[in-house]
Design a protein around this ligand. Sequence first.
Ligand code: SF4
Length: 309
Amino acid sequence: MRILLQFPEGLKQYALEYATKLEKEGNEVFISASPTFGACDLAIDEAKHIGADKLVHFGHAEFHHVDFNVEYVEYHVDAQLNVLEKSLPLLKGFKKICIMTTIQHVHQLNDIKLFFENNGKEVTFNKPNGFAKKEGQILGCDVGNVMSLDKNVDAFVYFGGGMFHPVGALLQTTKPFLAIDPFQNRAEFIDQLRDKYKKKSRGKVMSALNSKRFGILVSTKNGQFNMQIAKLLKNRIETHGLKAAILVSNTFDFESINNMMEFDAFVNTACPRIATEDNERLRKPLLSPNELIESLKIREELKEATKAK
Ligand code: SF4
């Protein structure tokens, strides 16, 4: 069988080892060298181009259905759980907690739940209702039903490395949010980031108020392709007498976008986290669709107020 292997950045170091194993089993094996951001980013075009029978995608669970033979190989990490002890004094006074993690640690959730139950907590997991497929699992762009749990729990708890994943959930909730990082052996509340992100978002909305020409980003990655939304946004912008163009790329290179100096602002329809995490890499404001709508609304209100004077 001809196979294309695809690894996310953090796991590319294991590609050769895995390719050698599959070759020994009689397969013809190729390795994708493209950057890979998630299971939204399957290298199907590359696989088809080289006539592969199968794409083996490492590190992520299935994101959405695609019309190609894809095998997902999840990557599980057994993180040390003794860091949980550090969270107990912080969670004193919070009885009902919702715990979430990434696919790397979903298999550890029951042990984590047991630990907290043995320490007097009532534990729930968020339920999948989108791209994330497992109970307690979150993605950067999908935090399951955490928003609807906001009124039922006293605090949210994220277990895993880094801030990319917990911030996605933090911004959809209002209750205290504890991030437990087993790799840094650290537990800390990250609620102060809510304000930081809200201020950043408000700043983008306001700085786009005088923009006349908008570039709408559409990614051709199979799980990020949102042409319909892009067309709706283009239409919306044009009904305000402004100009808009749809900009298409597989992976957006921020230097190339910075070279498109005719545009006053950009709107992101690709991975939603680009607008929250990467906006500072652009010289012009990079808005989410909601931020664009908000900016157009304020623009209209200001126009009306000026007319009324
Ligand atoms: S957060 Fe972005 S990169 Fe990650 S799975 Fe979602 S769309 Fe893909």
